[in-house]
Design a protein around this ligand. Structure first.
Ligand SMILES: [Zn+2]
Length: 100
């Protein structure tokens, strides 16, 4: 049996955020009252969902510990990746148009 390695809390959170991020297609996007893009993200306990954006989350971890929870980390990473993707696509299309 392998000895349990101790992982520092930040690494643990990053790993947790990565597993939340992998489920991004199950997040339900919607617009908040101010028009801001929000996501309903399933919690680890069945039947729970949290309302998440890059700067806030309704989960207990965010509320009780005032920390950047795994959901916020995952949504922030997702939005960064989507922006990078869209920028790539724009550039690709521009280059293609020039090659005409
Ligand atoms: Zn959260």
């Amino acid at each position: 049996m392998m000895a349990k390695q101790s992982i520092d809390p930040l690494t643990k959170r990053q790993l947790a955020a990565t597993s939340v991020l992998k489920a991004a297609p199950t997040w339900e996007p919607f617009r908040g009252p101010t028009g801001k893009l929000l996501f309903r993200v399933p919690g680890s306990r069945p039947g729970t969902t949290y309302t998440v954006c890059a700067t806030s989350c309704t989960c207990p971890d965010a509320y009780l510990r005032h920390s950047i929870c795994k959901h916020r980390r995952a949504v922030a990473a997702y939005l960064t990746a989507v922006k990078a993707f869209l920028a790539h696509r724009r550039q690709y299309r521009k280059d293609r148009a020039h090659d005409g």
